[in-house]
Design a protein around this ligand. Structure first.
Ligand SMILES: Nc1ncnc2c1ncn2[C@@H]1O[C@H](COP(=O)(O)OP(=O)(O)OP(=O)(O)O)[C@@H](O)[C@H]1O
Ligand SMILES: [Mg+2]
Length: 257
């Protein structure tokens, strides 16, 4: 289970960042008092526009960055107090840090396998299964810098799952993938969900959230403004699809400001 209680993350901007974001304030509230709970056996989708705070939230859950305030429990472990235990129970796919370009998928897989203390025989089996599923086998020994965007992403996904984690945290998992490759990834996430794992993803793609996610949390300006199953959200907003629902909620929120 992932439980987030009142997560706030405030970044301190340097002069260059202040200029870039056209602000006079040196504080940027990226996540604003956000709470959510996600359970095993479900795919939870954080849906929101660019800059909504999706990546920041997922990075806080994954112990990559520290919350400014609030608590996050992952499989019962608090992210700041028991970061190591959290890291062992999660597979994290980030949209910004890619695999080292000068190494091969095979090398990276073995490297992270050793880091997670995966026994040799198990590592071999996992590699066979994941590389076959994602069609990486023929590219396993090429340098990552020579691979296509899609192949890089698939290799990053395989590596993030090397230790067969119970909790899978994927930031925009289908980013840059064509529909065939994207379907392969989303089908795999469903398989993980059906095996009883907890999958949490971020996306700004409405159709992906609609088709893939068991529950959706809509996040705007760092705050969660709606949550539920697709049908719950549609019913509450009296709309027929998620895009209409999103705009209805979004306009209400912006109108209130
Ligand atoms: N390290 C950082 N330093 C300063 N500001 C940051 C930092 N990381 C994120 N931000 C800011 O926090 C806000 C939320 O960013 P975040 O990357 O979490 O959004 P996102 O929902 O993932 O957006 P996208 O869909 O573009 O990936 C943005 O305004 C961003 O500019
Ligand atoms: Mg992001």
């Amino acid at each position: 289970m992932i439980e987030i209680n009142n997560l706030t993350k405030i970044f301190t901007l340097n002069k260059k960042q202040m200029k870039e974001s056209k602000t006079k304030s040196s504080k940027k509230v990226a996540v604003d008092n956000l709470s959510l709970t996600a359970h095993k056996g479900e795919i939870y989708g954080l849906l929101g526009p660019n800059g909504a705070g999706k990546t920041t939230t997922l990075r806080c859950i994954s112990t990559i960055i520290k919350p400014t305030s609030g608590e996050i429990y992952v499989a019962g472990h608090e992210v700041q107090k028991e970061a190591e235990k959290v890291r062992n129970s999660i597979g994290f796919l980030t949209s910004d840090i890619k695999l080292d370009p000068q190494f091969s998928p095979d090398y990276m897989f073995n490297f992270f396998g050793r880091l997670h203390n995966v026994p040799k025989e198990q590592l071999k089996q996992r590699k066979e299964e994941l590389f076959t599923y994602f069609g990486i086998t023929d590219f396993a020994h090429k340098d990552i810098k020579e691979l296509s965007t899609g192949m890089k992403q698939k290799a990053a996904i395989a590596v993030s799952l090397v230790h067969d984690p119970d909790i899978v945290i994927f930031d925009e998992p289908t980013n840059g993938l064509d529909i065939v490759t994207a379907r392969g990834v989303t089908d795999y996430l469903k398989k993980l969900r059906d095996e009883g794992k907890l999958v949490i993803i971020s996306t700004h793609i409405m159709s992906e959230a609609e088709k893939l996610c068991d529950r959706i949390g809509i996040i705007v300006d760092g705050a969660k403004i709606a949550e539920g199953t697709l049908s719950e959200i549609l019913e509450e907003t009296d709309t027929d699809d998620l895009e209409d629902a999103f705009f209805k909620i979004y306009k209400e929120k912006k109108g209130d400001e």
